[in-house]
Write a protein that binds this ligand. Structure first.
Ligand code: AMP
Ligand code: GLY
Length: 421
């Protein structure tokens, strides 16, 4: 099968591995990165230009388009590809609003009867003041726009909460959502859907804060592991029954069926499972630890979803092994970063049993050297017979990789009991 994968991050390198592993599929990535270049052919297309992607896919007889990041989904790339009759894994722009607009997601959840944090959408500072007095600290203040996981401030500090709300409102068309703090471990559960049926993947946990012990600002994610040995049995089935299926059914009823990956960001609170957020795509870096554990060929499952055939897919098969991934970030991340730093040691790291290095923000320079080109540069991943064994391997490998002044967390998958920040 000819597959076109849209995107250029670590998630796309992980998707690329899973799409081609053990198959003869022909993979193209638009635009891809130094990691995907080793697995297929990178094509120089703007990932948010739906017309160009649809045209390229048609001219090159692509049989499946897989869209990785949120920006192309929200820009309508899936709509453009569907319009030319090519199967696409990824929701249309109107369905991607589940991620693009917090207020939209809250409305769908209310309609579907899905448990989530109480919230106040605000358009003025007067509304912000009213909302902040209605809740106890910690305050949760969310930019109601597309902010790649970085538009949220969770703080005990009222002044800081106010300041973030003001900054969100001052942006063009600014809106902010203030909500109740959900107390409990966070879980990411990816659900594949063809618009009707839901097939869950294995749960994972992501470490959002920049520094050890949950210090520092929120990031896109600094590391992840899967499975979660501390989860009660039946957790995944409960999420499908109470969260994913009702949302998929509601989206279909509204006339905006969701075909793609519904990422359920959940909190396991004393009052049960509650939704923190939805994303309309695979999570990054959770994908890097979920997909290496999947034994079923991914491309066939995504094609079945894209063509409304999930009913025909046999139960997914999973490895018993655990996976841990640690992100190596450039100096300054999640703020402004310096790029162009030389990366070395990947081959040495990959000499450790069951270790592989995912490329995120890195490219080859004119001299053929691998240099950093983004905030999250690499994700070092390891499999092991237990989370502890995978963790031991991954940190041994991290020590072998070098990028000047980079930073990573030392506590990914540490003391695995669901307590993670
Ligand atoms: P979001 O952009 O909605 O994914 O939020 C980013 C991160 O902020 C989440 O992964 C949580 O760690 C935190 N967060 C968001 N909403 C809440 C909430 N209501 N209660 C507790 N933490 C939250
Ligand atoms: N790791 C969080 C996300 O992908 O949004």
């Amino acid at each position: 099968m000819k597959i076109l994968l849209v995107g250029s991050g670590g998630r796309e390198h992980a998707l690329a591995r899973a799409l081609v592993a053990g198959t003869t599929h022909e993979l193209y990535c638009a635009p891809g990165n130094a990691g995907t270049a080793a697995l297929g052919k990178n094509i120089d297309l703007d990932q948010t230009d739906g017309a160009a992607i649809a045209q390229w896919a048609r001219e090159n007889s692509v049989e499946l388009v897989v869209i990785g990041p949120e920006a192309p989904l929200i820009a309508g790339v899936a709509d453009a590809v569907r319009a030319v009759g090519i199967p696409v894994f990824g929701p249309n722009a109107d369905a991607a609003q589940l991620e693009g607009s917090k207020a939209f997601a809250k409305n769908v959840m209310a309609e579907a009867g899905v448990a989530t944090a109480d919230c106040f959408p605000c358009h003025t500072m007067a509304e912000v003041e009213r909302a902040l007095t209605a809740f106890q600290p910690p305050y949760v203040v969310k930019n109601d726009g597309l902010a790649a996981g970085k538009g949220v401030v969770v703080t005990e500090d009222l002044a800081l909460a106010r300041e973030h709300a003001r900054a969100c409102l001052e942006a063009e068309g600014g809106a902010v959502v203030i909500e109740d703090y959900l107390d409990g471990p966070e879980i990411s559960l990816f659900c594949i859907s063809d618009g009707k049926k839901v097939i869950p993947l294995a749960p994972a946990q992501d470490y959002k804060r920049a520094f050890n012990g949950g210090e520092g600002p929120n990031t896109g994610g600094m590391g992840a592991y899967s499975p979660l040995p501390w989860l009660p049995s039946g957790f995944t089935e409960e999420v499908v029954r109470d969260v994913a299926q009702p949302v998929i059914d509601t989206m279909a009823k509204r006339g905006t069926p969701f075909v793609g990956l519904l990422y359920c960001g959940l909190a396991h609170t004393a009052a049960g499972i509650k939704v923190i957020e939805f994303n309309a795509r695979f999570g990054d870096p959770e994908t890097q630890v979920v997909l290496p554990r999947l034994k079923t060929a991914l491309a066939e499952v995504l094609l079945a979803a894209a063509t409304g055939q999930l009913q025909q897919v046999p139960p997914l098969e999973w490895s018993d092994q655990a996976a841990v991934g640690v992100v190596i970030a450039a100096e300054g991340y999640p703020g402004a970063v310096t790029t162009g730093g030389k990366i070395s040691g990947i081959a040495m790291a990959e000499m450790i049993e069951n270790v592989h290095v995912i490329v995120a923000g890195a490219r080859e320079n004119a001299a053929g050297e691998l240099v950093s080109s983004g905030g999250r540069v690499l994700c070092v991943c390891a499999l092991g017979d237990s989370v502890e064994q995978a963790r031991g391997r991954v940190y041994e490998a991290v020590e072998r990789v070098s990028l000047r002044r980079s930073h990573h967390r030392d506590d990914i998958a540490d003391g695995v009991e669901g307590v993670c920040f």
